[in-house]
Design a protein around this ligand. Sequence first.
Ligand SMILES: [Zn+2]
Ligand SMILES: [Zn+2]
Length: 261
Amino acid sequence: MISNIHTHTYRCMHAVGTEKDYVEAAVKAEMKMLGFSDHGPFPDKDFGLRMKFGELEDYISEIGRLKEMYADTLKIFSGLEIEFHAEYIDYYKQLTSEYGLDYLLLGEHMYTTSDGSVKNIFFAEKTDDYIEYAENISYAAETGLFHAIAHPDLMFINELAWDKNCEKACDIILSAAEKYDIPLEFNANGIRRGIMTFPDEQRFPYPHDGFWRNLCGSRQRVFIGADCHIPEQLNDSAIMLAQQMCKGLKLNLIDNILEVK
Ligand SMILES: [Zn+2]
Ligand SMILES: [Zn+2]
């Protein structure tokens, strides 16, 4: 893999390694580009297991320092993996304009439901929840504020069998990606979680075939995300397997979604 835009750091409190550790691992793996996308904080809300808002400036300045230091060897970008909540539209804009982040990676874990409550997609009780979840991803895509969508099939981590709602949720996300021309991430971290037992089959929680087979031979831009929480995961067997799976599925894999269109 020559590029990766899904990189975490110790700042999210469930990953290890400093920004510099990841840069060094990327150089060692002979990568050309590395984008940092640690779990993004919100100024007035703490969804847990993520960077503290007070660390944001330090994170950005450290990446800036590394950008200069490694200018000859590695292209470095600053970003955040962050959820979409409509009330934070101005904040997302601020992140790229005032804070100077290069990109925002939509990582929908917590989402706002129609009754205004916040749910975690890791704890869906029924596949009906997937529809609302997918609609949130679609709204996010429509804003044009996000450069790519991380693990668009994350919902399939739930122990629920495939049904019509799954089909429909995939359609909503895939149509939004096509309409707003947003690249989709084939996430290697789902592979690292290993084969799990679901009511109807044994499989990785994600990437899920039921989602990706819709893109066989399509022009939709797809990229592999390391979603690394340890520096070595920039270049591990999960990435290798992800590459093989993408080939098998005949996906339109692209290397550098931040530069090439
Ligand atoms: Zn994520
Ligand atoms: Zn994480």
